[in-house]
Design a protein. Structure first.
Ligand code: ADP
Length: 407
């Protein structure tokens, strides 16, 4: 019987997932998709590797609160049941999860047990938008299928070897001992893109490269020889670039002002900085870049201008960490699909000798810089689910070998 694994990337309002068969050479993708709109109007779409739609469903009429009342757990349960039925003669043997925060203790992917989940829960206040949902998915799978091996893959992991100077927060030292340091996030995406770049352009991968992960969440990673040496997210995933609903870097005095002068509670400030700021806060229209492009409201244009300015400005900072720049890689929803944003960011970097090939950029081509450009600019689609599958495969393999030996 062929063995299969599921990769789960469980966020606040969506769950991305992939199904893989375990072949000798590694995980082979067979299906994937996204469950979106959790908490409002849930809908799921699953497609095969050849693009065929295998399942399309939305929870509206006739469901509790028209679907809005459905939490992660029942939706995940339905997704698991679908995978189980769909795979028929393939046994699901493991589930790999994206876990946003590994704290100061965990960076390498790990097998999950109850004690680990309890410890990871203590990091939830550090990633309130993500960690509770990551752990809810682990608990739900453990409840439904207690026999499965589960693997935690940490978003902080890729950055754990950053130089000390990139990890320190300038607070009284005692707080560092209590875990207050810069961690960095989007590590599974960066790990995947770093490996892809090593295959596509080994010489560039050895050099000084900034990878721009621009999605709803957005960050930059400075890589030298494929390893992270600096990144824009820090202690939490709130730092760095302007995001869909998050502020990114913000004067800490503004946070104090909101509480002391504007009278907001700490929880109200937290909710505002994570959920009502960024592109949404600036535009008062949408957190979604496509909607902002489609609008002729001047607030949408200003939100886009700020997004671009902040991204380019922080690229400048990472160039100092790298002592130069050989390559720039765009990835994630905006990075992979939005030539307007890429062109605007690159225009602000023209002083580095970066020259964009406009036609290649418009076509989302793999290389979008001109031959004469001093900086090579690439578009590399990310695949966090595949990275989770690769880690899950390596950690699950010993069990499989043992099982083979038994039979
Ligand atoms: P998440 O962080 O939720 O994984 P994604 O990587 O899917 O986010 O990115 C979502 C963002 O990408 C949204 O702002 C969306 O508008 C933008 N995006 C996705 N596709 C396109 C596209 N074809 N053109 C422009 N923007 C896009």
């Amino acid at each position: 019987m062929t063995r299969s694994i599921i990769s789960l990337n469980s966020g606040s309002s969506s769950i991305k997932f992939g199904l893989y068969h375990l072949e000798e050479q590694g995980p082979v993708h067979v299906a994937g998709g996204k469950l979106e709109g959790i908490g409002t109007a849930p809908r799921i779409r699953i497609h095969s590797d050849t693009g065929e739609i295998l399942l399309e469903k939305s929870w509206g009429e006739g469901t509790k609160d028209g679907g809005a009342g459905l939490t992660h757990e029942p939706l995940l349960s339905e997704l698991y049941d679908w995978a189980h039925d769909h795979l028929q003669d393939h046994a699901i043997v493991a589930v790999g999860h994206r876990v946003v925060h590994g704290g100061g203790r965990y960076w390498a992917p790990r097998l999950i047990d109850e004690a680990l989940v309890a410890e990871l829960d203590t990091f939830s206040p550090l990633a309130p938008l993500h960690q509770p949902h990551n752990l809810a998915a682990i608990r739900e799978i453990a409840r439904k299928a207690p026999h499965l091996v589960q693997v935690a893959c940490f978003d902080t992991g890729f950055h754990h070897a950053m130089p000390g100077v990139a990890t320190r927060l300038p607070l009284p030292r005692a707080y560092a001992a209590r875990g207050m340091r810069r961690y960095g996030f989007h590590g599974l995406s960066y790990e995947y893109v770093s490996a892809r770049l090593a295959t596509l352009d080994p010489a560039l991968a050895q050099g000084r490269v900034i990878v721009a992960h621009l999605g709803n969440g957005a960050s930059l990673c400075a890589m030298r020889g494929g390893a992270s040496v600096d990144t824009t997210m820090g202690f939490t995933a709130l730092d760095g670039l302007i995001m869909g609903t998050r502020t990114g870097m913000l004067d800490p005095g503004a946070v104090i002002h909101l509480q002391l002068q504007e009278g907001l509670s700490a929880h109200e400030v937290e909710s505002m900085l994570y959920r009502r700021s960024g592109l949404l806060g600036l535009s008062e229209l949408s957190s979604d870049m496509r909607s902002l492009h489609a609008s002729d409201d001047p607030r949408a244009a200003e939100a886009i201008e700020s997004f671009v300015w902040t991204a380019a400005r922080q690229m400048g900072a990472l160039m100092v960490s790298l002592e130069g720049l050989d390559g720039l890689v765009f990835t994630a929803g905006i990075g992979e699909n939005d030539p307007v944003i890429r062109a605007a960011i690159c225009a602000r970097l023209a002083w580095t000798g970066l020259v964009l090939d406009e036609a290649a950029n418009a076509a989302n081509a793999p290389v979008i810089s001109s031959p004469e450009s001093r900086v090579i600019v690439r578009v590399i689609p990310t695949d966090e689910e595949r990275q989770i599958a690769l880690h899950t495969f390596s950690l699950t393999q010993p069990f499989m070998d043992a099982a083979k030996g038994d039979s």
